[in-house]
Design a protein around this ligand. Structure first.
Ligand code: ADP
Ligand code: MG
Ligand code: MG
Length: 886
């Protein structure tokens, strides 16, 4: 028999797949003996069954009613019992936290019949009506599908708004009238009465929470966070406790330490006389926990102790939702909390320092994306004008952009390539698309635990919230600062999520402290020291080497400072651009061998100098030089442009420029409809005489020069786009011939390894043959992805990738994160078959994927020797290679 319902006492945190994070952690807190209102959780399995069939699975309803009976017995009251009703909350909770994206309904069980009973036992009539109007509002909108705006309108007709705390002043009579209005609203919108059966309310709410798994915003959030769509949500049913029972009650959110900086010490927001959602929604301004300590020292101390228990137990930063009912503290939720990149490193270092977690675990608590964020530049405050506003620094980073006042506008303008800053009085889950599109989020209300702050931190978006010195007028599309400055839509502002400052205009940027450390080893503060510890540990445990893709001596030097252990890809085509273009043109246009040799002879010393400089910067470390790869016409002027130039000269009556005519003829001759699959890579070397020889000679002479200078150059020659061993054999013969020739001329023995890129499926599938001729394989995963999928990267990304991502064909672009199933399989095959033939074959990857965290883990598992990525990704790859090894 499948079991669909678990009491809190029967679960634990390991059961998050089945009970969702919320249910599993409520069970864990119950086990720890913390004060958790009793309840039970309906499993994600039941949800999946319901979503698949549209009906509750067999037996679920009976189990729910059995657990409800047990809850009723334990509390000594029946759900909705008229003289003293048991009320429950019905809460969503998935395996992975999706803050505010699904539904939760509070105060289930209240009916016309039991409101008086609740009023009597609580001795607070106003409270009873307040619960009832909250129930009808939440149930009406989430379960019955009534437009929430209708309830808000009704509120304001009664002189109350959701935003203003005026409803606190509404008396019982006013609230009772509001309930009547709400009930009429429900009747008008749905054609039926608000359900008066407590158990029917419960059943409908549970199913509505199941359905909320597929709500539009929940789907969008999952896509962004790469959470699978088929997990489903659990539903937790829990006895209500009341924070809206007067001044000695309230609700709050706390972190066991500061989620923005990682600093130890209880941190959070509290709202007296409030129920649940009021806190996170930013509807009313919260007070600090220091204020709670003043209001209710006993509850505060308990909360602090429980926080410490949780942090010790989970051995990590936890966030907590709590409610105080007439001086009694109740714990309503906990989980390992989302945090900024800064806090992640700081907390990991501190917990390792305290001996609470091992250095390995500490490394697993941070990741490459977070490190990447710390490398972003900061505002140069000396160059900034005065602050126009200041709020809570909720999610760090520096971003400038044009202000917009609603989510659709943010999405639209960002799609047009504009940088925007989303400004809202407060955000709601419906603002998610705008938050995704914006560079920064600025809100007028709410603290570090508000919706805007939590979501922004989760996705690494810059966020300043609760800037109380601005007045946001969304309708008029402007905000006003305390000084009276009016900032209209489209005005550029700069938002500093690390300090909370907002400046007018775009403030210039400077390197971050982490970047300065990476560049020159300066350990300015404890955050940077924490980053340094993590990288050192990663270096100590990783098996993968990390190299860089670099084509110039400066890039090579920077990469080396960032910890690169060599160059995995030195693209020679960049040495053919700029002023040298005309020389390349001459070589391409040469009619005779002598002409071509002359052109190549001019290029030779220039390339040699480039290689000498690079080898010097990477002295003692391998430098993998790739022979010229792109089609030659990329070095010639654009075809249409040339044709127009020639034609207009003719139209003007004069003879066109002779050189232009010659060029046009060459361009026409070399034109390819599909150059990506045309004359490029090794094919060029085979077809264009002298090209390979010139490049190899430049490398070889540079090596000889470096040896004469007393250096230890370690050049490797790499042949691109090989599909068959025959191609490689031809190219290699030429390479070896030139190496020997230069060796003899210079007297320096030249034994540069010769290898190939694996970037065609045929190369991967015949890797055993190719390994006969290759001393190393370097997977060019950009081309390998293009050729495996048949995707032209330059065309498909704009054309239809967003549709593919929407429809879930893949979770991430295969050009960003390696497609393990297809492209990855080719990599596995090639490594295995290559090594079978040549056991000491060196293997690496030099596509963009070399710096992508998820892909790095894959390359580690496949057993590659190194990854190579752009210099700025080197620290990220080091960190991830370390994490992959644990
Ligand atoms: P979310 O996943 O969006 O945080 P929750 O299920 O945590 O939704 O519910 C939202 C709020 O409702 C919580 O912050 C909590 O304060 C309140 N709440 C939930 N269950 C109860 C309960 N049994 N008693 C009192 N308040 C509750
Ligand atoms: Mg919650
Ligand atoms: Mg390639």
């Amino acid at each position: 028999m499948v079991r669909y319902v678990y009491d809190f006492r029967d679960g634990d945190r390991a059961m998050a797949d089945l009970l969702g994070g919320k249910g599993a952690n409520l069970a864990e807190m119950t086990r720890l003996g913390l004060p958790v209102p009793p309840g039970f959780t309906v499993t994600t399995e039941a949800c999946r069954a319901f979503l698949a069939t549209g009906a509750e699975p067999d037996g679920m309803a009976e189990e729910v009613s059995r657990h409800l009976s047990a809850l009723e017995a334990a509390t000594g009251r029946l759900l909705g019992q008229s003289d003293d009703p048991l009320l429950v909350s019905v809460r969503s909770g998935a395996r992975f936290s999706m803050p505010g994206m699904m539904e939760t309904v509070l105060d289930i069980g209240l009916t016309d019949a039991s409101v008086p009973g609740l009023a009597k036992v609580s001795g607070n009539e106003r409270f009873a009506w307040d619960c009832y109007r909250r129930l009808i509002q939440m149930f009406g909108s989430t379960v019955l599908g009534v437009d929430p705006a209708l309830f808000d309108q009704a509120l304001s007709v009664c002189g109350m708004t959701r935003e203003a705390p005026d409803d606190l002043r509404a008396d019982a009579c006013g609230l009772a009238r509001l309930v009547e209005t709400y009930k009429q609203l429900v009747r008008d919108a749905t054609g039926r009465d608000f359900p008066q059966s407590p158990t029917e309310q419960l059943r409908l709410a549970v199913l509505a929470v199941f359905r909320s798994w597929n709500a539009e915003r929940a789907r969008l959030y999952r896509r962004r966070e790469h959470i699978p769509d088929d997990l489903g949500t659990a539903v937790t049913v829990q006895r209500m406790v009341f924070g809206n029972l007067g001044a000695d009650s309230g609700s709050g959110v706390a972190f066991t330490r500061d989620p923005a900086t990682g600093q130890p010490g209880l941190y959070g927001d509290y709202l007296p006389d409030a129920q649940g959602e009021d806190v996170v929604s930013g509807i009313r301004d919260t007070v600090s926990l220091a204020e709670l300590e003043r209001l209710d020292p006993r509850s505060y101390r308990q909360l602090r102790d429980h926080a410490q228990t949780l942090e010790r137990h989970y051995r990590d930063l936890c966030d907590i939702e709590f409610t105080i009912e007439r001086g009694t503290l109740w714990m309503l939720q906990t989980r390992v909390g989302k945090r900024t990149a800064e806090a992640a490193f700081a907390i990991a270092a501190e917990l390792v320092g305290e001996g609470l977690v091992t250095a390995d675990e500490g490394l697993l608590r941070v990741d490459g994306d977070q490190l990447g964020r710390l490398m972003f530049p900061r505002f140069d405050t000396r160059a900034a004008g005065p602050e126009i506003a200041h709020g809570v620094p909720a999610s760090p980073g520096a971003a400038a952009g044009a202000v917009v006042f609603d989510s659709p506008t943010a999405v639209r303008r960002a799609a047009d390539g504009e940088r925007v800053v989303l400004v809202r009085e407060e955000t709601t889950p419906d603002d998610l698309p705008g938050m995704v599109a914006a560079r920064a989020v600025l809100t007028g209300r709410g603290g570090k635990t508000s919706h805007a702050a939590v979501v922004a931190r989760g996705m690494g978006r810059v966020c300043v919230c609760g800037a109380q010195d601005i007045t946001v007028d969304g309708e008029a599309r402007r905000f006003t600062t305390r000084a009276g400055t009016v900032v209209e839509e489209g005005t550029v502002v700069s938002v500093d999520g690390s300090t909370g400052a907002v400046y007018a205009g775009a403030v210039p940027l400077v390197a971050s402290a982490t970047m300065r450390y990476l560049e020159c080893g300066e350990q300015a503060d404890c955050l940077v020291a924490a980053v340094a510890r993590a990288l050192e540990h990663a270096d100590a445990v990783r098996r993968l080497e990390v190299r860089a893709n670099a084509d110039t001596a400066e890039d090579a030097a920077r990469a080396r400072r960032f910890g690169a252990q060599g160059i995995g890809l030195c693209r020679t085509e960049h040495m053919f651009l700029g002023e040298r273009r005309t020389l390349v043109e001459e070589m391409i246009l040469a009619r005779t061998e002598a002409d071509r040799d002359r052109a190549l002879a001019v290029l030779l010393p220039l390339q040699r100098k480039d290689f000498t400089d690079i080898l010097r910067a990477m002295d003692g470390l391998p430098v993998t030089v790739r022979l010229l790869d792109p089609p030659l016409h990329e070095f010639l002027p654009e075809r249409t442009e040339l044709a127009v130039r020639v034609a207009s000269a003719e139209a003007a009556g004069g003879p066109p420029d002779a050189h232009d005519v010659e060029l046009l003829a060459a361009v026409n001759r070399m034109h390819e409809d599909n150059p990506m699959l045309g004359l490029r890579g090794v094919r060029l070397g085979i077809v264009v005489p002298g090209l390979v020889a010139m490049q190899v000679r430049a490398v070889a002479e540079a090596v000889a020069e470096r040896v004469r200078e007393g250096g230890s150059p370690r050049a490797e020659i790499m042949v691109p786009l090989v599909g068959s061993v025959e191609e490689l054999r031809l190219a290699r013969a030429e390479v070896t011939r030139v190496l020997a020739e230069v060796g003899k001329e210079t007297g320096v023995p030249l034994d540069c390894p010769v290898g190939t890129m694996i970037e065609l499926p045929r190369a991967a599938l015949t890797a055993g043959r190719i390994a006969e001729e290759a001393e190393f394989f370097s997977f060019g995963t950009n081309d390998l992805t293009q050729t495996t999928w048949g995707f032209s990267r330059d065309d498909v990304e704009a054309a239809f990738f967003s549709a593919y991502l929407d429809k879930g064909v893949f979770a991430a672009s295969p050009f960003e994160t390696l497609d393990r199933e297809g492209v990855g399989r080719l990599v596995r095959i090639a490594v295995a078959e290559g090594r079978a033939v040549r056991p000491r074959l060196q293997t690496g990857v030099c596509g963009e994927h070399g710096g992508d965290p998820e892909s790095v883990h894959f390359f580690h598992r496949v057993g590659l020797d190194y990854v190579s990525c752009s210099p700025f990704r080197v620290p990220v790859a080091r960190l991830e290679a370390g994490r992959a090894a644990l």
